[in-house]
Ligand binder design. Structure first.
Ligand SMILES: [Zn+2]
Length: 102
């Protein structure tokens, strides 16, 4: 798959006051949710390759790069918005994946 990673946007969703962090990477064609503590990404490459012990997916590499260079957007939420946020995020991801695999 060819992606123009200059178009990639990285967002940190920061929940206050727990300081819980969720990261999303938005590319031209898709959106991925990442958890750095778990080294987890929702992309298919992660599922097929990273989980079987091969290389990390490109999104985890991008995310680490962006954090190092401080190149991301931060959006703050209240902790009580966390559940609603996760639900809408999963709905988005599921609908994206469903559209792509149809
Ligand atoms: Zn990924």
């Amino acid at each position: 798959m060819i992606c123009d990673f200059n178009l990639t946007r990285v967002k940190l969703h920061l929940f206050i006051p727990s300081n819980r962090k969720l990261w999303t990477i938005i590319t031209k064609n898709n959106e991925y949710w990442l958890d750095l503590d778990l080294d987890y990404c929702t992309c298919k490459y992660y599922f097929f390759k990273t989980l079987s012990g091969q290389h990390n997916c490109i999104h985890l590499k991008i995310l680490n790069d962006r954090i190092r260079t401080n190149n991301y957007e931060t959006i703050k939420f209240k902790d009580n918005e966390y559940d609603d946020f996760l639900i809408s995020l999963f709905k988005d991801i599921l609908s994206w994946n469903y559209t792509l695999t149809k």
